[in-house]
Design a protein around this ligand. Structure first.
Ligand code: NAD
Ligand code: UGA
Length: 434
């Protein structure tokens, strides 16, 4: 089928490439001309495992192309997916200007006699589909036929291709049988359970799912604080809880809290949506509060051990908001670096993919960027694990100890095998670990 993605970012590019991989003919649109030129030159603007090969192969096969023209996109695809940003505003509500602008551009490109399905893939507040339909009606010529569908995306960065190729479920919010049938045909090659709902419910599923996952993380982080106080082990508590199928072990990893471009904004948005509908969601405010407290408690642990941080040099392993990505948007690791720098510490930092993206964010003062992970350990008072890159587990910890002023490790992601580190002579502090 001929498909168009408007917005070629994390969601648009990976989705476009996966649609092409299963045989669809995909045109990806972006209004960032530099990004389109890069993609046309065969360069991938983001790091996502497996994406480069997937894009290259499908471009070579003639199933994937790029343009900066929405009009061309609307002409190409009988289905047009919207995958543009939905950032937060200062009051927590969603900034829908990107969605509105794309809806208008699509409307102006529609042609009578050319039916189109307009699919919202961005994460949007409930009732956005209705507004998109109104906008397209208002700005399109008379006689243009279209339907609006909500098809939220559940991919995780770092494993986006697997999440898209083998999804847990596909949600299609639609009120038109014609559009629903087309959507089912698009997703047929993915062999996934599919939930057909009304548009409002589909939009709500996305915010409710992300908020529930964030709630799981805050829940285990609150349990971790109790483990710290009681001398118990949060990993073992999570394993024991998670073995119950009704609970599940996923998203029960205690750490520095959730970050990234989605959970922080989506939880804020859901709180705001509930408030606006007159049904305040107090539980989610507590989820946010626990999340914000994780970094405070962690920094306090560092200070308890190292006392004054001013003029001390610390090593930081990881800057991305999670492992297997170069994305630093709302990264707790970056926030940690800012807080340590503000305390007067100097930092030696590394990240397997996000080092150069972090540089403009963290600046050059009192910070040394180390492309070689092992250089982080040179003459530091302690090393801090801030991002859950598996690579950090397999460092030559035994020999790296000799490079440090004192062998002290703060593990903000409970990533390391603390028993073997202690056997090597490290002073180890994790989150909710004895
Ligand atoms: P992104 O910033 O990586 O990409 C968005 C792209 O849209 C950018 O390349 C931007 O240049 C382009 N764009 C903006 N306005 C445009 C316009 N008028 N015409 C054409 N292109 C335009 O964002 P993202 O991370 O892909 O997120 C997109 C949406 O998907 C958001 O609503 C987000 O919440 C949701 N989402 C993201 C993820 C994720 O893991 N990143 C997962 C699920 C859902
Ligand atoms: C998340 C959801 O998992 C996706 O399903 C959703 O599509 C996406 O948001 C979105 O809407 O954008 P993502 O932000 O890519 O995906 O990454 P996650 O793996 O969910 O991690 C989010 C944050 O939570 C990271 O900072 C991670 O370190 C943290 N986390 C995750 C924990 O602290 N503990 C866990 O057990 C899991």
């Amino acid at each position: 089928m001929k498909l168009t993605l408007i917005g070629t970012g994390y969601v648009g590019l990976v989705t476009g490439a996966c649609f092409a991989e299963v045989g669809h003919n995909v045109l990806c649109v972006d209004n960032n001309k530099d990004k389109v030129s890069l993609l046309k030159a065969g360069k991938i603007p983001i790091y996502e495992p497996g994406l480069e090969d997937l894009v290259k192969n499908n471009v070579a096969a003639g199933r994937l192309a790029f343009t900066d023209s929405t009009a061309k996109g609307v002409e190409h695809g009988e289905v047009v997916f919207i995958a543009v940003p939905t950032p937060p505003q200062s009051d927590g509500s969603v900034d829908l200007t990107y969605i509105e602008a794309v809806a208008r551009e699509i409307a102006q490109s529609l042609k009578p006699g050319h039916y189109r399905v307009i699919v919202d893939k961005s994460t949007v507040p409930v009732k956005t589909g209705e507004k998109v339909a109104d906008t397209i009606n208002r700005y399109s010529q008379k006689g243009c036929e279209f339907d609006v569908v909500s098809n939220p995306e559940f991919l995780r960065e770092g494993c986006a291709i697997a999440d898209l190729m083998q999804p847990d479920r596909i949600v299609i919010g639609s009120r038109s049988q014609r559009a629903t049938d087309i959507m089912k045909a698009i997703y047929e090659p993915f062999h996934s359970p599919t939930y057909i709902t009304d548009i409002n419910s589909a939009e709500l599923i996305k915010h409710a799912a992300n908020s529930f996952l964030a709630l799981k993380i805050s829940y285990i982080n609150a349990v971790a604080a109790i483990c710290d106080a009681a001398g118990a082990n949060v990993d073992e508590v999570a394993d024991g809880m998670g073995a119950d199928k009704r609970i599940g072990r996923a998203f029960l990893n205690a750490g520095l809290g959730y970050g990234g471009s989605c959970f922080p904004k989506d939880i804020k948005a859901f709180i705001h949506i509930a408030e606006e509908l007159g049904t305040p969601f107090h539980l989610l405010k507590e989820v946010e509060k626990i999340n914000a407290g994780q970094l405070d408690r962690f920094i306090q642990k560092i200070k308890n051990k190292l006392w004054v941080l001013k003029n001390k040099t610390l090593g930081v392993l990881g800057l991305a908001f999670k492992g297997d990505t170069d994305d630093i948007r709302n990264s707790v690791a970056i926030e940690l670096c800012h807080r340590l720098l503000n305390e007067g510490a100097s930092l030696r930092v590394t990240d397997p993919q996000a080092l150069e993206k972090a540089r403009p964010e963290l600046g050059e003062a009192n910070i040394t960027y180390c492309p070689d992970t092992c250089d982080v350990f040179n003459n530091v008072e302690a090393v801090i694990v801030a991002t859950e890159w598996k690579h950090f587990r397999n460092l030559p910890w035994k020999t790296l100890k000799e490079k440090m002023i004192a062998p002290i490790v703060f593990d903000g992601r409970n990533l390391l095998d603390y028993r073997s580190l202690r056997e090597m002579g490290y002073d180890y502090t994790g989150i909710g670990r004895p």
